[in-house]
Design a protein around this ligand. Structure first.
Ligand code: ADP
Length: 299
């Protein structure tokens, strides 16, 4: 669906993409990475908004910097920042966007009501956008990216700034809409759970390079569950004792995570705590989440 080959992008002395290559399959793909990793730069090059110093990016087999109208018709974009006119109603804005993308008025009107119906906007769609809640504004931004029936939509931080309820609604909406219209998704976010909820593939970018590309299902299957441990005292000593037993601890700075191998792992933790004279406050078995995978890859 998207292919990058040996892309280098520099802003002055900063190298944002450093010989970056990836082949992204069709489906719903999450792009993750810390701030400054190069995600937006990659997305902007793929969208043809900026050009790379060298290398090449194609979307649906075509290069966007050639300004091809045909390929642009197949792509939708939901930007992170607000870009919607407050003085129009949701319906007026979407019809306008449909017209801009080349639809005639009857088709743009029909498509607008179809999409807003899927988004469950109800009568709110006739109200001015300035009166919308954060969740509704995001819905309208998503709808404008889908109005022309694209094959692929780029979503940049679609749940950014939403409260938990609105966030879940947005994720459900993305899942629902893409199922109905069969649209492929490239979701750029720093919220790992969003990727777990929506995507079937994930790519992780760090320091301008591809760090990992995996099916989300396979990734989760491959990971061990773990035991979350809270303890005080000589944590390095505790870690070394487990290391000698070939059990490697992971730490996110606050809690320690010990891979769960079987029920004996609990006893091994207790023994290591006794031997290192640590105080063991808490042990709890946890399921692997995208957060754990991410921390392992990025650390
Ligand atoms: P991400 O989206 O993963 O946070 P970006 O692609 O925005 O990362 O940024 C990658 C690197 O490029 C960062 O070091 C960032 O500061 C730098 N950068 C991005 N855009 C510009 C720009 N317009 N001018 C200068 N440096 C930039």
């Amino acid at each position: 669906m998207i292919e990058a080959r040996n892309v280098i992008k520099k802003y002055g002395s900063v190298t944002a993409l450093d010989d970056f290559s990836v082949e992204i399959p069709k489906g719903k793909i999450g792009i993750l990475g810390p701030n400054g990793a190069g995600k937006s730069t990659f997305v902007k090059i793929a969208l043809g908004l900026i050009t790379a110093n060298s290398g090449n990016v194609t979307v649906l087999g075509e290069n966007l910097d050639k300004n091809s109208i045909d390929i642009r018709r197949k792509i939708g974009y939901m930007p992170e920042h607000d870009c919607i006119p407050n003085h129009l109603s949701g319906v007026e804005f979407l019809i306008e966007m449909g017209l801009v993308s080349g639809m005639d008025t009857p088709s743009a009107t029909q498509r607008t009501h179809e999409i807003l119906g899927h988004l469950q906007m109800g009568e709110e769609k006739y109200r001015k956008i300035e009166e919308y809640s954060g969740g509704m504004r995001q819905k309208i931004k998503l709808a404008q990216g889908l109005i022309h029936g694209p094959e692929i939509i780029f979503l940049d931080e679609p749940t950014s700034g939403l409260d938990p309820k609105a966030r879940h609604e947005m994720l459900d909406t993305i899942n629902g809409l893409t199922k109905v219209s069969n649209t492929n998704v490239l979701l750029s976010t720093h919220i790992l759970q969003d990727v777990e909820t929506v995507c079937d593939y994930v790519i992780i970018v760090n320091n301008g390079k591809l760090q990992m590309k995996e099916s989300v299902k396979e990734l989760m299957k491959k990971q061990n569950d773990f035991i979350q441990v809270r303890l005080g005292g000589d944590i390095d000593g505790f870690a070394n004792i487990l290391k000698n037993k070939k059990i490697n601890l992971l730490s996110d700075g606050r809690t320690l995570r010990v891979p769960y191998l079987n029920e004996d792992t609990f006893q091994q933790i207790i023994d290591a705590a006794v031997e290192s004279k640590c105080q063991l406050y808490e042990m709890e078995r946890s399921k692997v989440t995208m957060d754990n995978v991410y921390l392992e890859v990025i650390e």
